[in-house]
Design a protein around this ligand. Sequence first.
Ligand SMILES: Nc1ncnc2c1ncn2[C@@H]1O[C@H](COP(=O)(O)OP(=O)(O)OP(=O)(O)O)[C@@H](O)[C@H]1O
Ligand SMILES: [Mg+2]
Length: 372
Amino acid sequence: MKILLVEDSRTSVLMVESLLKEDPDEDYQLVVAGSVEAAKARLVDDDFELILLDLTLPDSSGLATLDSILAVSKGTGIVVLTSTTDEKVGLAALQHGAQDFLIKDETYRKVLLRAVKYARQRAISEREVREAKELAEFATRSKSSFIANLSHELRTPLNAVIGFSELLLEGVVGELKGKQREYTEDIHKSGQYLHGLIGTVLDISKIEADRLELHDGKVNMHSLIDDVVERISGAYRNDKIVYVKQIEDSMPDVRADQTMMAQIVTNLVTNAVKYSPGGGTVTVEAKINGGGDMILRISDQGIGIPKDDLVKVMQPFERTEVCKEHHIDGTGLGLPLTKGLVEAHGGTLEIDSDIGVGTTVTVHLPPDRLSM
Ligand SMILES: Nc1ncnc2c1ncn2[C@@H]1O[C@H](COP(=O)(O)OP(=O)(O)OP(=O)(O)O)[C@@H](O)[C@H]1O
Ligand SMILES: [Mg+2]
């Protein structure tokens, strides 16, 4: 095991050397540097498994020594060696990123070997975790960029399908009759459905790849909610649903991406209506809570989500058995997309639901979204 000992006192170096020799299980190769500058030079040329660092050196002292070495240590574990008097410095060193600290008192002899082994093991575990995380992030980025490219490639021919079927329906090349019209309408409708689906998948992959761009502006929640509710009640024309809007009069404008906010409210109100096949009240509430957060809450009295499914429905393409039993159509993308859009604004989304009782979705936006 290759160790860099950064220490200027000859006696301390000899002591560490003799302690390491007492270990029958391991062969240690000790490289000594007497100053921060010497240590830096060593670290550039060579890789070590552990650094033993005395904080008081000719060219640096205290935590500044640790910071200088951390900056060039390439993730190698560091055990700080301190004199008896500065235990506080040792604790601060841990907060700065040292693996461990040892006080050079009478117990030093007993603990050094163990500390060296533990520190190396911890450094190895940390490196493995870091590498696994990097690998997972790389995989997510590759997947997202694959989806982004694929979606783009699919959209181009799809625009032709939608555009030409539209021209046919308009009778540009002659009036369509009977089945001709019916089939062309199907082509057009399916094309538009696919176009919407591809757009949603693209948005989700952008969120996953951290590539979503927000265009912040002033969003008036009163008019946004009015518009969405009007559009959805018009589209569903379900007279069994009673819409209730509770928006605080003093509700200030929100600094957010207008299109995304509309998408958030649309997806949640659509779910509330869609999953209330027996009718009931759909309530849209917007207010500022005591902590200065904006709360947007959409609740319904519909079929509900089983408690065990509350985590699952946040994953793309996941739907409950209950909604399939009711033959309610859907793709399973609305909620994960909505959650991603809320989080892109620094907010959170929570669902509370019970089967047969109804569902409440609560969105929090932080106070900084209320100042322009
Ligand atoms: N208000 C609700 N009441 C009951 N179940 C709900 C509600 N909102 C969501 N769900 C359940 O969560 C699942 C996921 O919702 P999500 O909005 O992501 O997809 P979807 O509505 O099926 O399809 P779409 O992509 O068109 O929105 C739904 O399929 C449904 O099972
Ligand atoms: Mg939905």
